[in-house]
Design a protein around this ligand. Structure first.
Ligand code: PEP
Ligand code: MG
Length: 913
C-alpha cells in the first residue's frame, strides 16, 4: 500500500534517494537549503513500480498530481492550461543512482493552441513561444509517442535549408510556426491521432512514458553494464518542475557546470553555457557552447550568482557537483545537481585538495573514490617520443589514449568488437541510444559538442578515451567517411585519439603504460594507514614482482610454479620428466630442472625482499604440459608425410645418381631423424592417452601429484629452500612460504611436511644456517574447509583458493558457466552475481567462515589470506576484512584497487555489506 504518491520539493526528504530518486531528492534538498529552485514535486519510485507491475497508474495518482500542480499555481500565480499566464512544466526521470541520459525527459509540457497564444501575449515574443512549442512536440512525440527523431529532423532541416539558415537561432517566428504545424502533422501521420490538447492528458501520458523508460533498452543496458541491481536502484521517480526559460532573449542562458574540473580535478569554475537557449542544446551538443569563464565578461552579475551557487553546493554536499542551471531574464535558477562523475585522476586530485582545503576528512576523501576506478589510472598513454603530427584536434573530453578501426555507428562498433577488433566510434554527436557502441569501442570521437556533451559525460564515466567537438572533421554518416580537408577516412581505417589533449592521429601510434602519479601515491598511502588487510600479489616472475612492489604489494601471496614450467626453455625438460618411464629417469629430468627452478626462486626472493613470497607446489594435471591428442595426431600425420618425401628424395638421388647436396630443409632431414620424431610423438600420444581424465580439474592434480610423484614436490621444495639459503648467504632477507594446493586431508599435508623437514635438515647442514620459512596450505576444496582445524595442526597459514572453491561449491566450472547458462542465471535473477567475479558470500563465504573459525581455534596465530581472483575485487575484499583475514592477494594491476578497497573495508566495517 503506497502511503503517498508524491512530495513537493519543500516537503520531500532530501536524503531518501531510494524513494525520490537522486535528482528528486536533491531538488528537495536544494529547495529546503534556500537555493533558487523552480517549484515542483516528485512522484515516487514506489509509484513507478506499482505502475510497472499493474500496467496502470495507481488509483488516485492523477488527483494527487492535480493537487500538486494546484500548489505550484498558488505559489506562482501561473495556471496549468491557462491562457493568461500559462504554467509549463518539465517531466524528468530520476532513479536512486544517476544514469546520465539513460531515461527520458519532456520539456515545455502544457503547451497547446490556447496556452501558446497566452505565452505569446505574455512574453510578447512569438519566436520564443513557437520555439518552445516545436521542442515540446518533438520531445513528446519521441519520448511519449515513440516517433523517431528523424521524422521531425527531416522537416526541421528542410525549413532551415529553404530559408538558407544554418543556426537554429536564426529561425524566425514564422518559420518556427511552420515547423510546429509540420510537427503536428508528423504526429498525426505517425499515430493516427491528433496531438493531445488537454494538458492533464499530456501530463498523464508523459508520466507513463517516464515510468516505462525504466524498462527501455538504454536503461536496461546501462544497468546491466554497471551492475545496478534492484537493491541499488529500483524504478524511476518522476520530477515535475515549473519550466524556466533560458531562451527568452539575450538576458537568458542555460548551462551546465562542475564545481571542479572533472578532467583534471583542479579547483576552478568549469562548465559551458549558451545564451538564449534551452538546456538540451548544451547537453546534446547541437550548438557548441562557450566556456563559463566567458560569462564573467558577458553576464557579470549572473556569473557572480553562479560562483555563489557553486560554492554553496560544494560546501553543502562536500562532494564535487555536476549541476544544471538556467538564467531567465537575469535570474539564476538551479535545475539539478548530482555528484559529479569524474575520471580517476580527477577524483584523486580533488580528494587531496578537498582535504587540504579543510572541506572533508581523509576518511571521506578515501571513501569518495570507487576503488575500481583506479584501474583507469593504469590506462595507456601515447608513446611520448612519437613525432607524428595530429590530423585534427578536438576537445580533450575524457583522458587516455585509444586506437582502433573507425566505425560510424554503434551497431557496427558492437559487431566488429565482437570479432576481437578494436574500434573507435565516430559520430557527429552521440545520443543515449548509442550507449552499446560506447561499451564496445576503445574510444569515442565526435565532431560536435563540448566537454559536457553526452559523449564526454558518458565516456568519462566509463573511463574511455574521448575527443569531442573536433569541428575540423566532417563526419558523413551516409557515405561512412570522416573528411578532414582532402583526407577521407573510411570505415576500417585506423585512427588514434588522445583524450588527454584532444589530438587525433591517422594510423596507429604506440602506447605506453602510465606511470603511477604522485597524487595516487598520496591517496594510497592514506589508505594503507587505515587498512587492516595487507595486500599481496599473485605473480610468477621477477619482472611482475617488481611491478607489484611498485604498485605497493607487501608480498607475494601466490606464485604458480607451473607458469615457470611453461617457459619455452623449461617445457622440453618438463615433458622429458613426464615421459620418463620410471622414477630414475624422472629424477634425471628433474635434476636438470632443479637449478633452473632454484634460480627462478632466488630471483623472485631478491625482487621481493624482505617481503614474504608464497610459492605453491605444482598444481595442474600433468597432461596440461603436453600437446593435445588432436595436435599430436596431426603432427604425426605431417611427419609421416615428410617421411614419404624424404624417402622419395632418397630414391631420386640414387636413381639419377645426383650429388647428395640438397637445398634446405632436406639437406638436414634424414629418414632416421623423421622416424625418431615420429617415435617421440607417438610416445607422447601414448602418455596423453594414459593421462586422460574425464574430469581433469577434479582429477590427478595438486597435492595428489605430490603423493604419486613425490620426487617432483621434493625437487620443488629443495629449489625453494636452497634459493632461500643462497639469499641468506648473500645477506638478502627472505621470507619464503611453501604452499600445498588441493589439499583435502591433514595426512596429505603431513606427508609433504615430512619431505620439507628432511630437505630443510639437509640444507641447513650443507649451508650451515637456519632456514626460517612457513609451511601452509591452500583452502580450495570443500573438505579442506570442513577439516580446517586438523589442517591447522600442520599448516602455519591458509590461503583461500576461491577459484577452485567456488567451482567446487557450485559444481560448475567457470568456463562452461560463463559461456552457457550464467548470463541467463544473472538476467533472470536466479543468481545475483557471477560467483567467479564476486565472492558468493552465502555459499562459498560460509565455508570460508567455517575454515577461519576452525583453523584459528586450533592455531590462534594462523595467518589467513585469499589468492583466488576475488582477492582483487572490492566487495569480496570487504567480506575478507569482516571475516578477519590477514591479507588478500591479487594480480599486479589490481593492487591499487585492493589497497583502496582494504581501507574502505575498514572504514565501513560496521555497516551492512
Ligand atoms: C584458486 O583456486 O583460487 C587458485 C588461486 O588457484 P588456481 O586458480 O591456480 O587454481
Ligand atoms: Mg586452485
Amino acid at each position: 500500500m503506497i502511503s503517498q504518491y508524491s512530495y513537493s520539493f519543500d516537503q520531500g526528504d532530501g536524503k531518501n534517494k531510494a524513494l525520490l530518486g537522486g535528482k528528486g531528492a536533491n531538488l528537495c534538498e536544494m529547495t529546503q537549503l534556500g537555493l533558487n529552485v523552480p517549484p515542483g514535486f516528485v512522484i515516487t519510485t514506489e509509484t513507478c513500480l506499482s505502475y510497472l507491475e499493474h500496467k496502470t497508474l495507481p488509483v488516485g495518482l492523477m488527483e494527487d498530481v492535480r493537487r500538486q500542480i494546484g500548489l505550484i499555481e498558488q505559489s506562482t500565480g501561473k495556471q496549468f492550461g491557462g491562457e493568461i499566464d500559462p504554467l509549463l512544466v518539465s517531466v524528468r526521470s530520476g532513479s536512486a543512482v544517476s544514469m546520465p541520459g539513460m531515461m527520458d525527459t519532456i520539456l515545455n509540457l502544457g503547451l497547446n493552441k490556447q496556452t501558446l497564444a497566452g505565452l505569446i501575449e505574455l512574453t510578447d515574443d512569438a519566436r520564443f513561444a513557437y520555439d518552445a512549442y516545436r521542442r515540446f512536440i518533438q520531445l513528446f512525440g519521441k519520448v511519449a509517442l515513440g516517433i523517431a527523431d528523424e521524422k521531425f529532423d527531416l522537416h526541421f532541416n528542410s525549413v532551415k535549408r529553404n530559408a538558407g539558415i544554418k543556426a537554429d537561432v536564426a529561425l524566425n517566428s514564422e518559420q518556427l510556426q511552420e515547423i510546429c504545424e509540420l510537427f503536428l502533422q508528423v504526429v498525426y501521420e505517425e499515430t493516427g491521432q491528433p496531438f493531445p490538447h488537454d494538458v492533464y492528458e499530456q501530463l498523464e501520458i508523459a508520466i507513463k512514458a517516464v515510468f516505462n523508460s525504466w524498462l527501455g533498452r538504454r536503461a536496461l543496458d546501462y544497468r546491466r553494464e554497471f551492475h545496478i541491481t534492484p537493491d541499488i536502484a529500483n524504478g524511476t521517480a518522476v520530477n515535475i518542475v515549473m519550466m524556466v526559460f533560458g531562451n527568452m532573449g539575450d538576458d537568458c542562458a542555460t548551462g551546465v557546470g562542475f564545481t571542479r574540473n572533472p578532467a583534471t580535478g583542479v579547483n576552478e569554475m568549469f562548465g559551458e553555457y549558451l545564451v538564449n537557449a534551452q538546456g538540451e542544446d548544451v547537453v546534446a551538443g547541437i550548438r557548441t557552447p562557450k566556456p563559463v569563464q566567458d560569462m564573467f565578461y558577458e553576464m557579470p552579475s549572473q556569473y557572480r550568482q553562479l560562483v555563489e551557487l557553486r560554492n554553496k553546493l560544494e560546501a553543502h554536499y562536500q562532494e564535487v557537483q555536476d549541476y544544471e542551471y538556467t538564467i531567465e531574464r537575469g535570474v539564476l535558477y538551479c535545475l539539478q545537481t548530482r555528484n559529479g562523475k569524474m575520471n580517476a585522476a580527477a577524483m584523486v586530485k580533488s580528494s587531496i585538495d578537498m582535504v587540504k582545503e579543510g572541506l572533508i576528512s581523509k576518511e571521506r576523501a578515501l571513501l569518495r573514490i570507487n576503488p575500481e576506478m583506479l584501474e583507469q589510472m593504469l590506462h595507456p598513454q601515447l608513446e611520448p617520443s612519437h613525432n607524428q603530427k595530429p590530423l585534427a584536434q578536438g576537445l580533450p573530453a575524457s583522458p587516455g589514449a585509444a586506437c582502433g578501426k573507425c566505425v560510424f555507428d554503434a551497431d557496427s562498433a558492437v559487431r566488429l568488437a565482437k570479432t576481437g577488433v578494436e574500434v573507435i566510434l565516430l559520430r557527429e554527436e552521440t545520443k543515449p541510444e548509442d550507449i552499446h557502441g560506447f561499451f564496445a569501442a576503445q574510444g569515442i570521437l565526435t565532431s560536435r559538442g563540448g566537454k559536457t556533451s553526452h559523449a564526454a559525460v558518458v565516456a568519462r564515466g566509463m573511463g574511455k578515451a574521448c575527443v569531442a567537438g573536433a569541428e575540423d572533421i566532417h563526419i558523413d554518416v551516409r557515405t561512412r567517411q570522416a573528411i578532414v580537408g582532402d583526407i577521407h577516412i573510411k570505415e576500417g581505417d585506423l585512427l588514434t585519439i588522445d583524450g588527454s589533449n584532444g589530438n587525433i592521429y591517422l594510423g596507429r601510434i604506440p602506447t605506453i603504460a602510465p606511470s603511477f602519479s604522485e597524487e595516487l601515491k598520496v591517496i594510497l598511502n592514506w589508505a594503507d594507514k587505515v587498512a587492516r588487510l595487507q595486500i599481496y600479489a599473485n605473480v610468477d616472475t621477477p619482472e611482475t614482482a617488481r611491478l607489484a612492489v611498485s604498485y605497493g604489494a607487501k608480498g607475494i601471496g601466490l606464485c604458480r610454479t607451473e607458469r615457470m614450467f611453461n617457459a619455452s626453455d623449461r617445457l622440453p625438460l618438463v615433458v622429458e620428466m613426464i615421459l620418463a618411464g620410471n622414477t630414475e629417469a624422472r629424477e634425471t629430468a628433474l635434476a636438470k630442472l632443479f637449478p633452473i627452478q632454484r634460480d627462478d626462486f632466488q630471483q623472485l626472493f631478491e625482487a621481493m625482499s624482505p617481503h614474504p613470497v608464497t610459492v605453491r607446489l605444482l598444481d595442474p594435471p600433468m597432461h596440461e604440459f603436453l600437446p593435445s591428442e588432436h595436435q599430436l595426431l596431426e603432427e604425426i600425420n605431417a611427419l609421416k608425410h615428410y617421411l614419404t618425401i624424404v624417402k622419395g628424395q632418397q630414391v631420386a638421388l640414387e636413381t639419377f645418381n645426383l650429388p647428395n647436396e640438397l637445398p634446405p630443409p632436406f639437406n638436414r632431414l634424414t629418414e632416421e631423424l623423421v622416424l625418431e620424431a615420429i617415435a617421440k610423438k607417438q610416445l607422447m600420444l601414448k602418455k596423453v592417452l594414459e593421462l586422460y581424465e574425464v574430469n581433469p580439474m577434479l582429477g590427478h592434480r595438486g597435492v595428489r601429484l605430490g603423493m604419486s610423484h613425490p620426487e617432483i614436490y621434493k625437487m620443488q621444495i629443495r629449489s625453494i629452500l636452497e634459493a632461500a639459503a643462497r639469499c641468506i648467504k648473500q645477506r638478502i632477507p627472505v621470507e619464503p612460504e611453501i604452499m600445498v594446493p588441493q589439499v583435502i586431508s591433514s595426512k596429505e599435508l603431513l606427508k609433504v611436511k615430512q619431505f620439507v623437514d628432511e630437505i630443510q635438515a639437509e640444507l641447513e647442514d650443507q649451508y650451515r644456517l637456519k632456514l626460517n620459512f612457513k609451511f601452509g596450505t591452500m583452502i580450495e576444496t570443500v573438505r579442506a574447509c570442513t577439516r580446517a582445524d586438523h589442517l591447522a595442526e600442520i599448516a602455519q597459514f591458509f590461503s583461500f583458493g576461491t577459484n577452485d572453491l567456488t567451482q567446487a561449491t557450485f559444481s560448475f566450472s567457470r568456463e562452461d558457466a560463463e559461456n552457457k547458462f550464467l548470463p541467463l542465471y544473472e538476467e533472470s535473477g536466479l543468481l545475483h552475481d557471477n560467483p567467479f567475479e564476486t565472492l558468493d558470500i552465502l555459499g562459498v563465504g560460509k565455508l570460508m567462515q567455517m575454515a577461519v573459525e576452525l583453523g584459528r581455534k586450533q592455531r590462534p596465530d594462523l595467518r589467513i589470506g585469499i589468492c583466488g581472483e576475488h582477492g582483487g575485487h572490492p566487495r569480496s575484499i570487504r567480506y575478507c576484512h569482516d571475516m578477519g583475514l590477514d591479507y588478500v592477494s591479487c594480480s599486479a594491476p589490481r593492487i591499487p584497487i585492493a589497497r583502496l578497497a582494504a581501507a574502505h573495508a575498514k572504514l565501513l566495517e560496521n555497516q551492512p555489506l
